[in-house]
Design a protein around this ligand. Sequence first.
Ligand code: URA
Length: 209
Amino acid sequence: MKSKREEYRHLVNKIVKCTRCPLHKSRKNPVPGEGSLDSEIMFVGEAPGRKEDERGRPFVGMAGKLLSDLLTKIGLSRDEVYITNIVKCRPPGNRDPRPEEIQACLPYLLEQIRIIKPRIIVTLGRHSGKTLFETARLKWAPLSRIHGKPYTGVVEDVNVTLYPTYHPAAALYNPSLREVLEQDFRRLAEILEEIRNKPKTRKTLFDYM
Ligand code: URA
């Protein structure tokens, strides 16, 4: 049986070689994700932008700087969380990812969730929120109504709390959303604390590896 780290390395190799959708033709670098494989918290954005495509790392542009600031404000560093996207390759011109691209890439995210087993997944923006809510068979609603609230679900046999909030890029575009995001992150810190004080409901073999 492979260790968590071996499974993850194998998955990254698959992402790096992926040709499942046309985005592989225009990408400079795939962006699998980064951070701690032991993290209790995973952040899922939309898709890499220009800077991320150049560097092969998620959230390293302006939206990434805001995400790092939001994390710092609640006492978390990028190293101790795991950050990824719904789609691992940059859509040309930063257009929205297409439904068929999201579907082609989704198995990689599901495998990341199965390997890392986060207790809370923060979905950044509509694409990531809607996709993960549907995967967990939860009812999606406009972000303005459901952001900043925890929803319990099961993804890849993992019991998770899904926590939808706005994409940091939305707050760059519309500064009034910044305070909303900050408020959602403050609530996130409280929920994380509550989750940390609650034992996991079901241990798997992975928990002992
Ligand atoms: N926006 C995203 O959704 N993901 C990134 O990695 C960067 C910007």
